[in-house]
Structure formats: structure tokens, C-alpha cells
Design a protein around this ligand. Structure first.
Ligand code: AMP
Length: 115
């Protein structure tokens, strides 16, 4: 068994973080090192999927739920428009191998892919 991810530890209350949205299957927090004026993370409660490729293959409904929660949070916190990022693999910047969506919004540069 591998160690619980930092997100599982947050969900279990072992690491302090405000849970800003929650459904039966996912929860959301603010990123501790924001890369945009609004930078939230939407995370499945299950640690079963390490990245979005595994998630899409294993539970597409859960992926759709992440997108739905991201949309709702963007409407609440960022005026509706948002960028949804799934870093996939260490070389692409993924550091936590418990799949999560970055929801970026508010004052993003037009046409930019950078965060
Ligand atoms: P990634 O690099 O795509 O795996 O994303 C992991 C994200 O988790 C990074 O943007 C980190 O800033 C964020 N992060 C790490 N620890 C915490 C924490 N305790 N609370 C909130 N966000 C965190």
C-alpha cells in the first residue's frame, strides 16, 4: 500500500485546508500556491485514479462530475469562464498522483496557455 496522498489527508482532516465545495464523490480546495487570481482544485474522494487518463477510462461519470463542479465553482468565484488543467505525468508538472483538476480563472491572459 502506498502512503495516502496529500489530498486524502486533507479530506480526512489530517492536514488543514478549507473544503470550499463537496459532493458525494468530489471535493474542492484552494490551491496553496495559486498560479492565477482564482486557483482551485477539484479532487475525487477516491484515490483510485492517478491521472485524468486513468480516470477517463475507469469512471467517465466521475470525470464529468469534476467538470460540473469546476463549472459551478468558476461561476461562484471567477465570473464563469475558467481554464481546466490536468497535469498528467511528472514531466508535465504533476506532483500529486491522485487525479485533480486545476480550475484557473480571473484575469487570465488572452490566448495564453501558461498559468
Ligand atoms: P500538480 O502539480 O498538478 O500535481 O498539482 C498539485 C497541486 O497541489 C499544486 O498546485 C500545489 O500547489 C497544490 N498543493 C499541494 N499541497 C497543498 C495543500 N496542502 N493545500 C492546497 N493545495 C496544495
Amino acid at each position: 500500500m502506498s502512503e495516502p496522498s496529500i489530498f486524502t489527508r486533507i479530506l480526512n482532516g489530517e492536514i488543514p485546508s478549507e473544503i470550499i465545495a463537496e459532493t458525494a464523490n468530489v471535493f474542492a480546495i484552494r490551491d496553496i500556491a495559486p498560479q492565477a487570481p482564482v486557483h482551485l482544485l477539484v479532487i475525487p474522494k477516491t484515490p483510485a485514479y492517478r491521472d485524468v487518463v486513468e480516470l477517463a477510462a475507469g469512471d467517465p461519470a466521475l470525470l464529468a462530475e469534476i467538470v460540473d463542479v469546476a463549472h459551478r465553482l468558476a461561476e461562484e468565484h471567477a465570473g464563469g469562464d475558467f481554464r481546466l488543467v490536468f497535469n498528467t505525468g511528472a514531466a508535465a508538472g504533476q506532483t500529486v498522483f491522485h487525479v485533480h483538476a486545476h480550475v484557473l480563472g480571473g484575469g487570465l491572459a488572452e490566448g495564453s496557455l501558461g498559468g
